[in-house]
Design a protein around this ligand. Structure first.
Ligand SMILES: Nc1ncnc2c1ncn2[C@@H]1O[C@H](COP(=O)(O)OP(=O)(O)OP(=O)(O)O)[C@@H](O)[C@H]1O
Length: 906
């Protein structure tokens, strides 16, 4: 049952509004777009519609409490101690929660009169983009809050947008500006958890789709948040500076988006100021442009089904800290175009690949480094506890140790030099000071006390000793009382209501309540199994203990606030150290990966080269490895002097075309993200835009597979790609009638070759396209090698020059378990089509009676079914080819083959 102080009685007559309800309604009205967590004693209560929403979302009981204007008030509550868990679930569902606390003790309110209501107000809005608690955050993912501002293009020019994004939990603050066409790509890269849009843009038809596609919880906010005229001053005030010039040059549009983020932070934190870094802007063109479809298709940070597992990120992530994992994800999501910056990252990895001993030292030290950046934010917002202080100390200790280990390597490159500086500049003495002050075992909350180490403060030791002494005095007193009353079962106990009291079994009650004992023992309570008394002596002792405990806690809290002030003071150094450890973790993890998997340093330069020798697909290779199979490496040579080459890849289904296409796109991403790559050698001229598209038929699973979408996306490529782009097109044109599709593919290739001149890989089933290589000089035909063996097809996964002579579609269909009658019929149709050159397909169908093959093949009833064959047939029946992933299909093939082999043996 929910605890509510008697003063909060909320039962009301019809038309009567109780003071508590009046207060609730007022606070709720100020926060209409949030669920209101209204603190009542040990519970956060939700009322009215909020209660219904929360009850549905959390599966908590919906009850009623009193009446409001004559109607029952629906109510649901969550206990304060479990609130984080419920908050997490509500936030994950996209809700915002206003946390309304009691701002005074109910006793204080009572002093104002029996009808007075405890003062309450909202202390914080919890929204998906403003989380700071460890329990509410994913340690290995950034949690971005973004705001988007628009500037209308004048006189036919297109609109421009600015995006400002922060991770409030770490203080990261970034800005970027883009033309309208680039906005979806930017949002797809940042993946904000929460997106603020000016309320006039929220419902604009064109934009609504963009907001939805961002996957963020979209919050319309007043236009005033974006006001360009006040943006500069709002930001300057936040950072306590007069001008922002010291942070860099920002456009008016960028400032407006940044100011909106800051305004929202101020609103949700109700006066609290998270320590945001000064905004840093991304130079336009500074990162490889990767649109949302390409990003999804290449499964950079998550798979098409939304999981991290199976993505490029998961395959390369060997970081040992949350901050490292977050940084790596950001790098993979935003590969660079500046060759010098890429080289700086690669230099650090180079060093750590060579220095295996140093790498091992780094990684084992880093594994113990807590999340300093997030702990620091919580402390700055006064939400931190003793464990956050300890996290800072432990992080600084790791930084100290690594500074010593790395000092001799400071000349190994620009990034490593910055790392050495960042570690050296960390406030090491502060770490020691915190470590000296804190005990080994720490409570979560500072108000629980007990976190200051014994011996750290003499006055604290004294107060604690007094508290301990008094406890001994109580033990002695119990012995004395037992002796004087001659009741051996007498005990001194403690509870919240009576404080310390004497307890005896009921049989001794009468003696205790009569003279002479009644002169010492004052009767307090008679329960079924005991009688309780207090004494003056106990009362005095109680006071002494309480005041000693109070004093001890007060001293501990003052130690906490001293340390907190020192931490805040040293904030800059702590944040730099935290960022440095993350950078180091990423470099060491990538070096570890490179060493273990035989990856190499790519050469990234400003040419138009694309030479990958023996490249592999990082994800497919790992999957195959787990199954004991090996990956067949393949070369790709797409570079040219002033224009790229286009490889036209033909080959049967399941041969490995898609894998080859994607692996090259992924190698480009990895190289420019500053990672080593899975190849024997790689040289890549910087790619400014990456495109990867899969024909409509393959896209069905995503539920967005209309031919129209495919064509819109192809149009985007043909309109945007230049010689620096890298284009991967997988079976484009397949989603329509054969001749239409072929013609579109044909024209697309010509355009890519003549106009875009991009480096490109084009996989197709239209063998007719291979004729283009004769006419267009930079088209190269390539095919995936297969072997035919006893009428079946064997995939070799090797890309070789030339064109596929056949599709082997029927062989693949046969391997996949199509009924033999259908396979046979397909063969016959194919032969007929080939004989008549496809022209009179309809006419021949009558000549090939559909069911004759089936009838001929109908099995004669066997005397006794062969068990191995029965098993084979059952396995075949169980197959649903349309439901299989390529991986499952190949597994099924192998299984069927082995069953078949057994059947033969039997
Ligand atoms: N280079 C390779 N080495 C080893 N196995 C490979 C290689 N490439 C692909 N495979 C295996 O073959 C399977 C099918 O590959 P992929 O999907 O690339 O074929 P595809 O030719 O694009 O087929 P479809 O035309 O049906 O899309 C992969 O899941 C993988 O298991």
């Amino acid at each position: 049952m929910n605890e509510i102080a008697p003063i909060e009685e909320s039962a009301g007559e019809a038309g009567y509004v109780t003071p508590v309800m009046a207060q609730y309604v007022e606070i709720k009205a100020a926060n209409p777009d949030c669920l209101l967590f209204y603190r009542m004693g040990d519970f956060y209560e939700l009322f009215f519609e909020d209660a219904e929403t929360a009850s549905r979302a959390l599966g908590i009981t919906l009850t009623k409490r009193g009446k409001h204007l004559g109607q029952d008030i629906p109510m649901a509550g969550v206990p304060v101690h479990a609130a984080d868990d419920y908050l997490q679930r509500l936030i994950a569902l996209g809700h915002r929660v206003a946390v309304c606390e009691q701002l005074e003790d109910p006793a204080e309110a009572r002093k104002r009169g029996s009808k007075a209501v405890v003062r309450r107000d909202v202390v914080r809005l919890v929204t998906p983009g403003t989380l700071t608690e460890e329990t509410l955050l994913d340690a290995r993912r950034s949690n971005f809050l973004a705001a988007v501002a628009r500037q209308r293009g004048s006189e036919g020019a297109t609109d421009r947008f600015a995006l400002a994004w922060i991770d409030m939990s770490t203080g990261a603050f970034r800005l970027a500006e883009t033309a309208a066409a680039g906005l979806p790509a930017l949002l797809a890269r940042v993946e904000p958890k929460e997106l603020l849009v000016p309320d006039n843009l929220f419902d604009e038809d064109e934009l609504r789709r963009t907001w939805k596609a961002s996957g963020a919880a979209v919050a319309p906010v007043p236009r005033a948040f974006f006001d360009g005229a006040t943006a500069h001053d709002r930001l300057a005030a936040y950072y306590g500076v007069r001008a922002l010039d010291g942070f860099g040059a920002f456009s008016r549009l960028e400032l407006s988006a940044a100011a909106a983020v800051v305004a929202y932070v101020e609103k949700t934190q109700v006066g609290g100021r998270p320590p945001l870094d000064p905004p840093a802007r991304d130079a336009e063109g500074g990162v490889m442009a990767i649109d949302a479809a390409t990003r999804a298709n290449l499964e950079l940070v998550r798979t098409l089904s939304g999981e991290r597992r199976g993505s490029l990120l998961a395959a390369v992530d060997r970081t040992v800290t949350g901050a490292g994992a977050r940084l790596l994800a950001e790098r993979i999501a935003a590969p660079l175009t500046d060759t010098a910056a890429i080289r700086d990252r690669l230099d650090t990895i180079d060093l750590l690949v060579a220095e295996t001993g140093l790498r091992t030292t780094l990684r084992s030290a880093l594994a113990r480094a807590p999340d300093m950046a997030r702990a620091f934010t919580r402390l700055s917002l006064d939400r931190g506890g003793p464990r956050d202080l300890a996290a800072i100390a432990a992080g600084l200790e790791v930084a100290d140790r690594l500074a010593a280990a790395l000092a001799p390597h400071g000349h190994g490159g620009v990034e490593i030099a910055a790392i050495v500086d960042g570690l050296a500049g960390a406030p090491h003495a502060l770490g020691e000071r915190i470590a000296d002050a804190l005990a080994d075992e720490l409570p979560l909350l500072k108000r629980d006390g007990g976190f200051v180490r014994g011996g750290f403060r003499a006055d604290l030791d004294e107060a604690r000793a007094l508290r301990e002494d008094s406890r001994q005095v109580i033990a002695a007193l119990q012995a004395t009382y037992a002796e004087t009353t001659e009741i051996r079962a007498l005990k001194i106990r403690h509870n919240g209501v009576l404080g310390y009291f004497v307890e005896v079994p009921p049989a001794h009650g009468p003696a205790m309540m009569s003279d002479p004992l009644a002169r010492t023992f004052i009767h307090r309570q008679t329960l079924a199994n005991c009688v309780r008394f207090s004494t003056t002596e106990l009362g005095q002792l109680e006071g002494r203990i309480a005041s000693a405990a109070e004093r001890a806690l007060a001293i501990e809290l003052s130690v906490f606030s001293d340390l907190l002030a020192a931490v805040v003071e040293a904030g800059e150094g702590i944040k730099v150290a935290a960022a440095t450890l993350a950078t180091l973790d990423v470099a060491a993890a990538l070096a570890e990966l490179a060493d273990a998997e035989g990856w190499v340093r790519p050469r990234v330069d400003d040419s138009l080269a694309f030479d990958v020798e023996a490249g592999r697909h990082p994800v497919v290779e790992q999957v195959l490895k787990e199954e004991g199979a090996s990956f067949v490496a393949n070369d790709a040579r797409l570079g040219g002097e002033d224009a790229g080459r286009l490889w036209l890849v033909t080959g049967p289904n399941m041969a490995g075309k898609s894998t080859f296409l994607r692996q090259n796109a992924l190698i480009a991403v990895l190289a420019q993200a500053g990672c080593f790559v899975p190849a024997r050698q790689a040289r890549i001229g910087v790619v400014d835009r990456l495109f990867s598209r899969v024909g409509a038929a393959d896209d069905l699973a995503r539920g967005r597979s209309t031919f129209m979408v495919e064509m819109i996306e192809t149009a985007a490529i043909l309109n945007q790609a230049g010689p620096r782009a890298f284009v991967v097109l997988d079976e484009i044109g397949r989603g329509t009638a054969t001749f239409d599709g072929l013609s579109i593919a044909w024209a697309t290739i010509e355009h890519l070759h003549e106009v875009n001149r991009a480096r490109a890989l084009f996989a197709t089933h239209y063998h007719e396209l291979t004729a283009l290589a004769e006419r267009l000089p930079r088209i190269v035909n390539a095919t995936v090698k297969v072997k035919e063996w006893k009428g079946d097809v064997v995939f070799l996964h090797e890309i070789v020059p030339g064109a596929a002579d056949r599709s082997y579609g029927i062989q693949v269909a046969k391997l996949a378990g199509l009924p033999p009658a259908v396979v046979e019929r397909a063969r016959a149709v194919l032969a007929e089509l080939e004989r008549t050159d496809g022209g009179k397909a309809a006419a021949i169908l009558d000549d090939l009676p559909l069911f004759s093959a089936a009838r001929r093949r109908a099995p004669a009833p066997a005397a006794a079914p062969d068990p191995a064959e029965t098993e084979l047939l059952a396995a075949l029946d169980a197959l649903a080819p349309d439901d299989l992933t390529p991986r499952e299909a190949i597994d099924a093939l192998y299984r069927l083959k082995s069953l078949r082999a057994r059947a033969r043996r039997d």
